[in-house]
Ligand binder design. Sequence first.
Ligand SMILES: [Zn+2]
Length: 484
Amino acid sequence: MHLRDDRAARGPTSGVVLAAAVACAVPLAGSTGGSPAPTSESATSATVYDGARLIDGTGMPAIESARLVVDDGVVTAAGPRDEVESPPGATVVDLTGKTVMPALVNLHGHVGFQRGLTYDAANYTRENVVDHLNRYAYYGVGVIVSLGTDAGDIWSDIRRDQEAGTLGGARLFTAGRGLARPNAGPGAAALRPSASGVTSEEEGRQYVRELAAQGVSFVKIWVDDRGGSVEKLEPALYRPIIDEAHRHGLDVIAHIFYHDDAEELVAAGVDGFAHLVRDREMDDALVAAVVEQDVFVMPNIGISERGRHTEPPPWLATPILAETVAPAVLARATDTFASRAADAAERAARSYEQMERSLAKLHAAGASLVLGSDSGVQDHFYGFSAHRELELMVAAGLSPMDAIVTATSRSADRLGVDDSGRLSPGARADFIVLDANPLDDIANSRRIADVYLGGTAVDRAALRAGWTAQNAAERSAAAQDEVR
Ligand SMILES: [Zn+2]
């Protein structure tokens, strides 16, 4: 394993951390009592969020009546309301009865491909990617890593604008173009050409050097033969890729399916898995190796879970989904469940039980679990799917608090963005205000009252209105087509 310090070699990521460290130096001094008393000329710009239950994302017990102080987009103090001073002149927001938790950090999505009912590389435009970042933000996802399907430079323009503060939405990080055997990357036809095809060691190393120069956050590899239909990236090719990535301070995340490949990848020094093993339950030796080598694992179980239903599951009726997803898309998702054959659902259910047992074993052994939901695969909804992962991790045996830590501070740490995913002094003020307590029922993470990113409230009403108008326009266009 290479050291986390290697990340200092990175371009954009280390830049973000550095900027945040500088930005929080002043407010931090204020919270420790070192700043001069405010005068009328220097009235504080701080906002105080008072009275909520605070889950800080680090695993510390929730504080029942908390005070969260935010200045210039950064948390300057957090703690029990009667122990944290309110800066004189601060704006006070009363959150009595609410619960505050950090915005989610999702390390596995694919931005840009879905637009309404269509799923196509032609949809991958700046406008569509930004729309998806807004959808993530709407659901309280503050950071999304698009994992290996980002060709071109749209993503780097977006990252530059977000860092400059001229573009909102969930913060975009990416693995750029992931690496696989030619035409053997992502499963979906629309996604597949977005990966680079590797045919030799030198080619693999060269792609990694290009990715490092572009400032990607991870290197993504696909090690899967898709049921024997494509050529699998073999150890002779992925070992040099991993070596080259580590030379550049980059972690390698592998898409896997087979247990045997997981074993070989751990031995080869892979840093993370984008999925659980899916051909059988992970054995004790593999679990021990994952823990020993500190390989992080995205359970990424939401898509697999969908396969076991032959009727639309109750979550499809969650009100928040109707606020963001077009009725025609929800109808298609409903049909997918309703048209599934019973024997296929039965096979999926058996496979899913294996995955749940693997997840429980990993958790019990102390493996580093992180959030990765594969959102942005067709009809696997931006933002919403992260909340489903929380729910399914809890169903598999994690406590709600463990699931929240997994999806916030631990994911942020593995991305190397340790000013996110927590609500402690110096962190970005990225948080969700909930109407109900997710520690009582993790599904309450979807009962979102407000989302703040960098201390600014996401205008969820405006986003909702925009999507409603867009859906109505598409409905009327479809009706016109039918008349013709
Ligand atoms: Zn994926």
